[in-house]
Design a protein around this ligand. Structure first.
Ligand code: BGC
Length: 839
């Protein structure tokens, strides 16, 4: 029996009740099991930068890979496929079957809150990186969920906004990465987004059936984004298969209402059968269906669920730290390097001043559902110290906007031993019902308290710890959360308050950045105080979703003026100054967009003053997305490092010292200013993509504007000359990414510098005499090549024919005639041109 016949046979054994039950999740992170047909519990987990698993805290740690912007900046499909494999092994280690990633919405504008979580402004680069990511995951037996289908390119009013996109723009830009991934990598799951597109909410959109199913032949599953399903019958008639989260008694519009609609004949049972088949197919693909028949008999056996004690590091065949370190270095974009300040020569290198708010605290990921809890992180300061350098540190200024969670060395367990806190759970009758010893001060129970080892019926929480002062001064101590909180310091009540959120705040914003209540506590050096937080669980308006709170602490620090002065002094007294500026997971997050692209606080002033004190200043920009760098022309070197994952600091030391070449090229244009960028602000609930095809470099070209750093830009440590281009060449290293017919192009480059290096050869197409409105140029293909000093290499790039087609009148049209192909090292440096005539 074939796999498909086997799935149908199993489905036929299910009653209508059983079928409908499968169509809403069993809980926050899993599908309903159905032992009658051998269906196990299939577990889903966020997200793009690691595999969080079913708990949302430090107890179940996850390898934290560099942010998706960083992955795209490598322009290296093989490397990204390897990251996909690494994530698959993480997933298997943690008992996860389907990853809720990759996010392939486009960088329509840098204001987008989840910009860090998406790959690029260019649909072709997004598609190539996305295909590689999905192949890496799925070839290892773990499902990918390509999200968010479609038009979820910003966060403002994301639950309701009606995104208006003309058909050509939708096809050529926003649907293109989904199409490539579905067709080429055969994605097993797609997530329908919260927003509407052209008037219809995406979980009910005809795009699901008409395009995804019928045009692209998609046989995978469509799940709703969390709480995005809004109706019983329209959503059931659309090609939405799975409502998340569950259970149906708590979340979502299906469950009994859908069963009743099926029984009354208002929803055809054949539609339900198709959804159930897709669920069974997904389960079979990820090893969640007992004794599945070929082709679903997966080569990688899964054991579900994987109990904690049976999770084994031996499942991981890769050296995770080494791979994350190399990937981070390969993603760093050296945007400016005057007088070849970088790499720094180790020999005779004197003291380095390491400065900046992002130097000491490792900012390795963005906020929202992409959050994971790495087993450790390496900050820039630690990375440079580990490299054996003589380092003078000065924070310079504060970069964060909110007070962060209490941490070591100030946070101690109540008995004073070890860093962390104790949580005690109380039942509605006030009895102690359980407790947990925790290593940190961030607490999130998203799936009830049961999965955290505590009983489900919890009415009150108490969190106890001690805070020990390292220096004398005023400490700000408090909590973040929603609902009623009482804080006691050394047994005395500091406050008893109810914290509430703005009514229009998005759920993710509420979860990630809830209100804070702080009190000043004056401590002497070495003084220890006991702290207790009491929380009435049901006082939170979000209690149905989960309970989340954080114990906050800010330690005494100088004023910005004092800290900047100390940083300038450190810079002046050092041979080189490395200033690490950037954002945080609070600034770049799901649930809201940025309203300013400026670096938070007085970081611009810090950079200017340090650079004035030391001409050998390297600015490291640690952000997931573009920020404004008004001083860029006044500093010697600018290295853009994204959110670099847990090995960030080590990778930074490798690149600064020349042990690794900065391999990244910009996947997105970096703007000079905020002027002229597309907006994320809907007007009366409508967000119109009025710029049409002209996002990113396409928009700059059309308007004749100069960016700060162009798309595709980035220096390595060597130099290259572009010596020749041939169309329809005899293929050299030619890999066809899509299997479709195309045009073969060979580009000859020579390493003219003193270092071995890697160059990303980029090809752009244009059509100067077109009868159709088009961008001045668009990315047509790329390939990376390595060469030693003096060596000449030829790289072959196959351009799929689709690259030359445009969408018109309901089809992909080839405008016959001559296209220009330009090759070079960025969208703004294209020394070679050739032409190709297509009929
Ligand atoms: C996000 C998704 C995520 C889901 C589950 C939603 O708010 O938009 O990307 O996978 O939550 O955490």
């Amino acid at each position: 029996m074939t796999g498909e016949a086997d799935l149908r046979r199993r489905m036929a054994r299910l009653s209508a009740e059983q079928k409908v039950r499968l169509l809403t999740g069993a809980d926050f992170w899993a599908l309903h099991p159905e032992p009658d047909v051998g269906l196990r519990r299939v577990v889903l987990s966020d997200g793009p930068a690691g595999v969080r698993g079913e708990t949302w805290d430090e107890r179940d740690t996850s390898a934290n890979v560099p942010s998706p912007t960083a992955l795209a900046a490598t322009w290296d499909c093989e490397r990204v496929e390897a990251i996909g494999r690494l994530l698959a092994h993480e997933a298997r280690r943690k008992g996860v079957n389907v990853l809720l990633a990759p996010t392939v919405n486009l960088h329509r504008t840098p204001f987008g809150g989840r910009h860090f979580e998406c790959f690029s402004e260019d649909p072709l680069l997004t598609a190539r990186i996305g295909v590689a990511y999905v192949r890496g995951l799925q070839n290892s037996g773990v499902g990918a969920t390509v999200k968010h289908f479609v038009g979820n390119d910003a966060e403002t009013e994301r639950m309701t906004v009606d995104v208006r996109i003309d058909e050509r723009t939708l096809r050529e830009l926003y649907l293109a990465p989904f199409e490539a991934i579905v067709r080429e990598a055969g994605a097993w799951s797609v997530m329908a987004s919260y927003n509407r597109v052209n008037g219809v909410t995406m979980t009910e959109s005809p795009l699901l059936r008409d395009i995804l199913h019928d045009e692209w032949g998609y046989d995978g599953l469509v799940m709703s984004d969390w709480t995005a399903a809004r109706s019983t019958e329209p959503a059931a008639r659309a090609a939405l298969d799975l409502v998340m989260p569950g259970p149906a008694s708590r979340f979502g519009p299906w469950g009994d209402a859908l069963l009743e609609a099926v029984q009354a004949g208002r929803v055809d049972e054949a539609l339900i059968d198709d959804k159930v088949l897709r669920i069974l197919r997904l389960a079979a693909r990820v090893g969640g269906l007992a004794e599945a028949q070929a082709p679903y008999e997966h080569p990688v056996p899964h054991e579900h669920p994987v109990p904690h004690e049976r999770r084994s590091a031996s499942l991981v065949p890769v050296d995770i730290p080494a791979e994350l370190r190399a990937t981070a270095a390969a993603s760093f974009v050296l945007a400016r390097n005057e007088r070849s300040l970088l790499p720094l020569s180790r020999s005779g290198l004197g003291r380095i001043a390491v400065i900046g708010p992002n130097a000491e605290v490792a900012r390795t990921l963005g906020g929202g559902s992409a959050t994971v809890f790495p087993p450790y992180t390496v900050s820039p300061l630690e990375g440079l110290r580990d490299a054996g350098l003589d380092v003078a540190f000065a924070p310079g200024t504060l970069g964060h906007l909110r007070i962060s969670a209490a941490r070591a060395p100030w946070l101690l367990r109540p008995d004073g031993w070890g860093s962390g806190a104790e949580v005690r759970f109380f039942s509605p009758s006030g009895e102690l019902a359980g407790s947990e010893q925790r290593d940190g001060a961030v607490f999130r129970w998203m799936n009830g308290f049961g999965s955290a080892g505590a009983p489900e019926e919890v009415a009150r929480l108490e969190i106890s710890c001690a805070i020990k002062a390292t220096v004398a001064g005023v400490y700000q101590l408090g909590v973040s959360g929603l609902g009623q909180f009482r804080l006691l310091v050394d047994g005395a009540e500091a406050f008893d308050d109810t914290l509430s959120m703005r009514a229009d705040a998005d759920i993710a914003e509420t979860l990630m950045a809830p209100p804070q209540r702080l009190v000043p506590v004056d401590l002497t050096a070495g003084q220890m105080v006991t702290v207790r937080v009491e929380h009435d669980v049901h006082s939170s308006p979000m209690a149905a979703f989960g309970t989340f709170l954080q114990l906050d602490l800010e330690v005494p620090h100088g004023t910005d003026d004092e800290e900047i002065a100390a940083a300038v002094e450190a810079a002046a007294g050092s041979e080189v100054a490395v200033v690490v500026v950037g954002t945080t997971a609070e600034v770049e997050s799901e649930g809201f967009d940025r309203t300013s692209l400026a670096l938070p606080g007085r970081q611009d002033e810090l950079v200017r003053r340090v650079a004035a004190a030391n001409p050998r200043t390297v600015v490291v920009v640690n952000s997931g997305a573009p920020v404004l760098l008004p001083w860029a022309d006044d500093v010697a070197a600018v290295l853009l490092t994204w959110f670099g994952g847990q090995e960030f600091g080590h990778a930074l030391a490798d690149v600064l010292l020349g042990d690794a070449e900065p391999g990244g090229r910009l996947p997105t244009t970096w703007p000079v200013s905020q002027e002229g960028l597309p907006s994320t602000r809907p007007a009366d609930g409508v967000l119109s993509y009025t710029e049409g095809l002209f996002i990113g470099y396409r928009g700059y070209d059309r308007d004749g504007r100069e960016p700060l750093f162009p798309f595709g830009h980035g220096h390595g440590y060597t130099t290259w000359s572009y010596d020749g281009i041939t169309v329809d060449c005899a293929p050299v290293n030619l890999a066809d990414p899509s299997g479709a017919p195309g045009v073969a192009v060979c580009v000859e480059v020579r390493n003219t510098g003193r270092w071995p290096g890697r160059e990303v050869v980029q090809l752009y197409a244009s059509r100067p005499d077109s009868a159709v409105e088009r961008p001045a140029k668009w990315l047509a293909g790329f390939a990376a090549v390595g060469a030693d000093p003096g060596e000449t290499v030829t790289v072959g790039i196959l351009i799929p024919e689709r690259v030359f087609r445009h969408w018109s009148g309901g089809g992909w049209i080839l405008e016959a005639g001559t296209f220009t192909l330009s090759a070079g090292s960025s969208s703004a440096s294209l020394p070679l041109t050739a032409s190709v005539t297509l009929k």
